[in-house]
Design a protein around this ligand. Structure first.
Ligand code: PLP
Length: 422
């Protein structure tokens, strides 16, 4: 076991700088879409990454809940190396055996019967929106189908998915948005029932409800069991499709394979991306057989489901089972929340709440004080721990699912010190 104090851990020692990277040059030519931290990362191993100055960090961002197996995991390295040496990309005009194998795994381990593969979360959600609309037009016979989504949600950055994302900050200056969406408060069943009834009176029929089982970007807000069971019931009664966006919480992140297993319900359609191939770009749209309305030509993706990405995903899923990473995610998550909750009870004037499932957790700062998540995150970075915000008041912890007990302890020490020093 490595030392529990990050500062004294020899694996965190500064290494010689290896590259001549210059941030000023980068900023001349790359579009200014990100507010970047002033470090450049160039190497990783397990839950550690190193910057171009040779400084080590404990990585509790994992490419935003994406590097399921951490960095340079031998199973992922072996799978992608073998695949790129054999055949890395062919058109979907041909059968791709790895794609079929991945679809088999996903359908055998979930309520879904069919899969479509693409390259990102937004693209998977676009596919879900198209599938729901075609189902609405051809099966439900709805002319102008409405899709309900929740306030503080996040579904991606394409035009349809920023419209689905019920947060004005993502939509500003990008109008006209895509028609056919309507927003409701999250975890509020009465508001949902009212919205459906009001829209009905207006002759605007709801075809689908799109929700995250736990809202990630919107502040690490877990869905409530009673709410989701109520939503499922309403969908069943009214023939509305239930679509779950599992892009951030799917593939073991929450300590269960799928986020909806925490809610005791099955979706009709769900989407995956971030963690599925451990950092190799992939997205997946999964659905039950009764939703199979796509015909040849309806939807496509040039890169989607190529042998390289599918081999990576299969390596991630096999390793998830072989290394019992669901159990690890559940146990390490419990350890992290217990530690953070001790901090919350010690510093009640700073910390409002600790919430999350498995290895997606949020430290929620008090609204009444000036302190923002970014202040805590910058201090943590200086101390050798990478964290990511989920809004201005929530510090998000999404380490690789391979994270060890000692590494959780180290992260807790760093955050505890920062909070104590405030
Ligand atoms: C990250 C995320 C997306 C968007 O995924 P991209 O791969 O960035 O397009 C969609 N939904 C949820 C819940 C996400 O967390």
């Amino acid at each position: 076991m490595s030392p529990t104090n990050l500062a004294q851990d020899p694996s965190m020692a500064v290494m010689p700088a290896v590259s001549s990277f210059r941030a000023a040059d980068f900023d001349q030519t790359v579009m200014t879409t990100y507010d970047r931290f002033a470090i450049a990362l160039e190497r990783g191993q397990g839950c550690r990454v190193w910057d171009t100055e040779g400084r080590a960090y404990l990585d509790f961002v994992a490419g935003i809940a994406t590097c399921t197996l951490g960095h340079a995991h031998p199973a992922l390295v072996a799978a992608v190396t073998a695949q790129i040496q054999t055949l890395h990309h062919v058109s979907n005009f041909y059968y791709i055996p790895q794609q079929g194998e991945l679809a088999d795994w996903l359908t055998q381990h979930s309520c879904a019967d069919r899969a479509f593969f693409c390259n990102s979360g937004a693209e998977a959600n676009e596919g879900a929106i198209k599938l729901a609309r075609k189902y609405a037009h051809t099966v439900l016979k709805i002319d102008q189908p409405i899709i309900l989504t929740a306030n503080s949600s996040f579904h991606g950055r394409t035009l349809a998915t920023i419209t689905a994302t019920a947060q004005p900050k993502y939509q500003k200056h990008f109008d006209p948005l895509v028609p056919g969406f309507h927003y409701v408060p999250f975890n509020d069943l009465a508001a949902l029932e009212n919205a459906i009834a009001t829209l009905d009176q207006d002759h605007r029929q709801v075809a689908a409800i799109l929700l995250e089982p736990l809202q990630g970007e919107g502040g690490v807000r877990p869905g409530q069991v009673e709410y989701f069971q109520g939503v499922r019931q309403i969908c069943d009664q009214k023939g509305i499709l239930l679509i779950l966006d599992e892009v951030q919480v799917g593939v073991g992140r929450t300590g269960k394979l799928w986020g909806h297993q925490h809610l005791g319900i099955e979706p009709d359609i769900f989407t995956l991306a971030k963690g599925l191939a451990g950092g190799i770009p992939i997205g997946a749209l999964l659905s039950k057989e009764f939703c199979s309305v796509f015909q040849p030509g309806d939807h496509a993706s040039t890169f989607g489901g190529n042998p390289f990405a599918c081999a990576a995903a299969l390596a991630v899923l096999n390793t998830l089972e072989a290394e019992q990473l669901l159990e690890n995610a559940a146990q390490r998550g419990e350890q992290l929340r217990t530690g953070l909750r001790e901090m919350a009870s010690q510093f009640p004037h700073l910390i409002a709440e600790v919430r999350g499932w498995g290895l997606i957790n949020g430290l929620v700062l008090k609204d009444e004080i000036d302190l923002t998540s970014l202040t805590v995150i910058k201090a943590a970075m200086n101390a050798g721990l990478l964290l990511v915000p989920a809004g201005p008041k929530v510090v998000r912890f999404v380490p690789p699912l391979i994270v060890s007990e000692a590494e959780i302890e180290q992260a807790l020490q760093v955050v505890g010190q920062i909070i104590a020093d405030l």
